[in-house]
Design a protein around this ligand. Structure first.
Ligand SMILES: CC(=O)Nc1cnc2ccccc2c1
Length: 444
């Protein structure tokens, strides 16, 4: 790297400048963010490739959109934490923008943008980085990656059943079973039916759900206070909390009566779970509401049965998100699956995969003037689809063997003078120690 005064210098320590010492930069990533050096990147790719393979198995199409969005996409007025922690700012064009805290609003924006030109149902997925800005306190991460799968245009709970099935498939692929995790399932229509009895206006629904989602995070008195503050009567609050503590569908039916949509949806979902073969993974839990204001129906979250970790994934139906963006409503449901909790779970269960760097060949010239021939050998191997780590400077053989061991190279290909004269190269199979010479063209 050229230092400002043209002297040679290492990559990180620019030489002295004309005006004096240059301040050494901070080599750590910004607060709350992570780097992915090779080893971490191998684990991330392993996880994301599983996400993508499951999406393919379910016939979903991959989409993407900018990490930067108009702030307006996320300014819902339901007291959500995701809005309080929005990573937003004014750009140089004085536009209010935000680093997306979730992916669903972008997906809805794209669906609306595509409008009539797309035929429903849509099955779209993406894996994207999401951001939040928390005051320096909690030292929590400010970014994570989420796998999202969404089905747009299917009103029936077959869509939710299909989505949960895809998550079960993911879990099985990475070695997680129903003894490790489960899904808590409920429907926000339960809350809706209760609130309707107390003539709570619809626009309060999202707010009430966001408050109730905190039921296991803050004291119940605080919940009552917040519910009271948004206008719920004492009686409504008591009834609500009672319904949320219901432990079974049967009990719920007794309480709500068997005619409501909530019961019908949940019964159908549990019977479909039977057919999909993942009944053992599901349990009804009336207290599950999820913290996003736009859910309107079935909601679910994946949890670890030891109860040590935060929700692994979560999702549900959001039939009115599109109208909040000024478009006609389209029935929709989806889920988000983060990249953090699942890794903690795999670590706990000793299921983290051993992913080592692997290269098929290390190719090395035995002396300087043979570099070009080493490049030719590398070229031939690469054209055959073989990976080659080409030694780019003249190095002692000891160094080459050390590197071959570190990179788990399959073979060492040595380009030597006398061999080259005879049109061959030396090959050493590192796992067996077998050595042989071979014509360049016969290298395979
Ligand atoms: C465990 C974890 O990293 N959670 C996390 C980290 N970053 C986020 C960023 C935006 C929204 C949710 C987020 C959640």
């Amino acid at each position: 790297a050229e230092s400002p005064t043209g002297g040679r210098s290492g990559a990180l320590s620019p030489g002295p400048t004309v005006t004096g010492e240059v301040q050494k930069i901070d080599v750590n990533p910004p607060k709350g963010t992570r780097d992915f050096p090779p080893e971490d990147m191998r684990l991330r790719n392993w996880l994301f490739n599983n996400f993508k393979e499951v999406s393919r198995l379910y016939g979903f199409e991959e989409i993407d959109f900018p990490v930067l969005e108009s702030e307006a996409l996320f300014t819902r007025k339901a007291g959500e934490e995701i809005k309080d922690q929005l990573y937003c700012f004014e750009d140089r064009g004085n536009r209010r923008v935000a680093l997306r805290p979730e992916l669903t609003p972008s997906l809805a924006r794209l669906v609306i943008q595509k409008g009539k030109s797309i035929s429903l149902p849509l099955k779209w997925f993406t894996v994207g980085q999401c951001w939040r800005y928390e005051r320096m306190t909690r030292g929590r991460r400010r970014e994570h990656y989420q796998w999202n799968m969404d089905i747009i245009g299917v009103p029936g709970v077959m869509a939710e059943a299909e989505l949960i099935s895809s998550i079960v498939t993911l879990f099985k692929r990475i070695g997680i079973t129903e003894s490790d995790v489960g899904f808590k399932v409920s429907s926000r229509k339960v809350l809706q039916e209760v609130l309707k009895c107390y003539s709570i206006p619809d626009n309060m629904f999202g707010k009430v759900c966001v408050i109730i989602d905190k039921i296991e995070k803050i004291p119940v008195d605080e919940i009552k206070k917040e519910l009271n503050a948004v206008g719920l009567s004492q009686e409504a609050i008591e009834e609500l909390l009672l319904v949320l503590s219901v432990k079974s569908l049967t009990e719920l039916e007794e309480r709500l009566g068997g005619s409501g949509e909530a019961i019908a949806d949940l019964k159908q979902l549990f019977s479909l779970a039977e057919k999909f073969g993942y009944s053992k993974w599901l349990q009804f839990d009336a207290s599950v509401v999820r913290g996003l204001a736009y859910y309107t129906g079935i909601v679910f979250e994946g949890f670890d049965r030891e109860g040590k970790l935060r929700a692994i994934c979560g999702g549900g139906r959001y039939d009115h998100l599109f109208s909040t963006f000024g478009a006609d409503d389209i029935p929709a449901c989806g889920f988000g699956f983060g990249d953090a909790v699942i890794v903690e779970l795999l670590r706990e269960k000793g299921l983290l995969p051993e992913l080592s760097l692997q290269v098929d060949n290390i190719v090395c010239a035995l002396d300087e003037e043979l570099q070009g021939y080493a490049a030719m050998a590398a070229n031939i191997l690469r054209e055959k689809g073989q990976s080659v780590d080409l030694v780019l400077e003249s190095k002692p053989l000891k160094w080459v063997f050390k590197r071959a061991a570190r990179t788990n190279a399959e073979r060492l290909v040595l380009v030597g003078n006398s061999e080259w004269q005879r049109g061959v190269v030396g090959v050493k199979v590192l796992s067996t120690g077998e050595q042989y010479e071979v014509k360049l063209d016969d290298l395979k």
